[in-house]
Design a protein around this ligand. Structure first.
Ligand code: UD1
Ligand code: CA
Length: 486
């Protein structure tokens, strides 16, 4: 029977640690993974429980961390940890920030990014259904170094947690390594009865190897006053793994990405090479999307059904329509229409909107440009601060000269316009519907609908120039041979 749990009174996310091993000027928990900060992942998991109070305990690089936390969730309660070190002190000050609580209090870490709402919810359900004083999320690991050991009595009930360093000290002093050898470890994530937590925390001392106020001491104390202390065991070690250094940042980042890719493949997305495909958590992919190798999909990117993305493409918050193709492209905050075609070697900057069935081809850069349905910008050019009408055909090497050195100006090109190769539009300028421009035209004045604009000089041809000025050259030789033939 699955009983559903009720929302906890509070979730306290511990985020006061210094993160020294990251060797970074950026606070550890602000490092990104899968399009979110580490602590962003932790807050999202916590928020999924819909707690009455969501608390973050901070200390290290306080200002920067708090700004980030409130940016993620403005309703967050910030609790400052004082000079007393340890997870117990952190939780105590988290509780002080919200006053007396009745009900379940969940504790999680800001540096554990893969914990899912499902596991967190299962922990809370188990805790509430069993009416425990404390339920600790535990796991069996091959190497328990660094972790608190779950100690059980003869009946198998949890009697307490012994920290790694204290377990080693016991082994050294007694010659008995039973506790140090325990492989069931404390993940550091728990559900507590709020009242018992507050009461027992007040009794916790710093009398241990590390001189810290251990949260884990609460388990022994709760047990001693007759409370039920139990575990909820997870088999998914990655979910409870924390980030302490950049090796773990990368390992957990890869694992998160693998899980995201798996989820999309199960949902009907073809990912040719998941190992070289990076997909942020907030990306949305429709069924029958195909992603080719070396592709990164970031931010709020959304890809519609039938679209083919990659290879070698990076999309940041790009919306791609059905059946569109995007090859070898770097694009940011752009919209690509249904059946449109982008690439290869194309750079779409913010504000690019490509209409349905339109095309932006090789070696094009675009920015803040609305391109109508069926319009084609096939090769080599720049289109910025412009509007291009339906079915316009923009020739090779066209440039919108939008910047006069002080201000940016707009170019407006009508529907069904045909522009010659190497046309330069000196903005502000408007080209009417159905107008043409000649090759090499520099358009400084508006062109009315249906007109042809050109401003090239008459071509001047100097006969025999090569034969006279470069008589010994290969070109002259070829010219003489050609003249002899005719
Ligand atoms: C803690 C547990 C240990 C468990 C391990 C899992 C205690 C005493 N020990 O170990 O049983 O196996 O987590 O990773 O709880 N933090 C604060 N304030 C502090 C100290 C820590 O906010 O004063 C935060 C850290 O930022 C971090 C988390 O608490 O997010 C855990 O701290 P860390 O030092 O990594 O864990 P340990 O105490 O070694
Ligand atoms: Ca840790």
């Amino acid at each position: 029977m699955v009983l559903s749990s009720s929302s906890p009174a509070a979730v306290i996310v511990l985020a006061a640690g210094a993160g020294t091993r990251m060797k970074s000027s950026l606070p550890k928990i602000l490092h990104p993974m899968g399009g979110r900060s580490l602590v962003g992942h932790a807050l999202d998991a916590a928020m999924s429980l819909n707690p009455e109070h969501l608390v973050a305990v901070v200390r290290h690089q306080r200002e920067r961390v708090v700004e980030h936390l409130l940016g993620h969730n403005p309703n967050l309660v910030i609790a400052d940890q004082d000079d007393v070190p340890g997870t117990g002190r952190a939780v105590e000050q988290g509780l002080e920030a919200i006053g007396a609580v009745n009900g379940t209090v969940v504790v999680t870490y800001g540096d554990v990014p893969l914990l899912t709402p499902e596991t967190l919810n299962a922990l809370v359900s188990e805790h509430q259904n069993a009416q425990n004083a404390v339920t600790v999320l535990s796991a069996n690991v091959p190497d328990a170094t660094g972790y608190g050991r779950i100690v059980r009595d003869e009946q198998g009930l949890v009697s307490g947690i012994v920290e790694h360093k204290d377990a080693l000290k016991i082994a050294e002093e007694t010659g008995d390594s039973t506790i140090a050898d325990i492989t069931e470890i404390n993940s550091g994530i728990y559900a507590f009865d709020g009242e018992i937590l507050a009461r027992t925390l007040a009794e916790v001392t710093t009398n241990n190897v590390q001189g810290e106020k251990y949260l884990t001491d609460v388990l022994g104390l709760a047990r001693a006053e007759g409370g039920r202390v139990a575990t909820y065991v997870t088999n998914d070690l990655m979910e409870v793994e924390g980030v302490n250094d950049r090796t773990q940042l990368s390992a957990l980042g890869s694992e998160l990405n693998r899980r995201i890719a798996d989820r999309w493949m199960r949902a009907g997305v073809t990912i040719v090479d998941p190992a070289t495909t990076w997909i942020d958590v907030d990306v949305e992919l429709a069924q029958d999307v195909t992603i080719k190798p070396n592709t990164q999909l970031h931010g709020a990117t959304q890809i519609a059904s039938g679209a083919v993305i990659g290879p070698d493409s990076t999309l940041q918050s790009v919306v791609v329509g059905e059946d569109a193709t995007v090859r070898r492209t770097e694009a940011t905050e752009a919209v690509i229409g249904i059946g449109a075609n982008v690439g290869p070697f194309t750079y779409l900057r913010p504000g690019t909107v490509l209409g349905d069935t339109g095309k932006i081809g090789a070696f094009y850069e675009t920015k803040n440009v609305q391109i109508g349905r069926g319009a084609k910008l096939s090769h080599l050019g720049y289109a910025g601060d412009a509007e291009i009408g339906e079915n316009a055909n923009i020739g090779c090497g066209n440039i919108t000269a939008n910047y006069d050195g002080v201000n940016k100006h707009r170019t407006v090109i009508g529907a069904e316009v045909r522009t010659g190769s190497n046309t330069v539009f000196t903005a502000p300028v408007e080209i009417g519907d159905g107008a043409y421009t000649a090759a090499g035209a520099v358009i400084r004045k508006d062109v009315p609908a249906g007109a042809l604009a050109m401003n090239a000089m008459e071509q001047r041809t100097i006969e025999d120039w090569v034969l006279q000025r470069r008589p010994d050259s290969a070109a002259a030789k070829a010219a003489r041979a050609s003249n002899g033939k005719s």
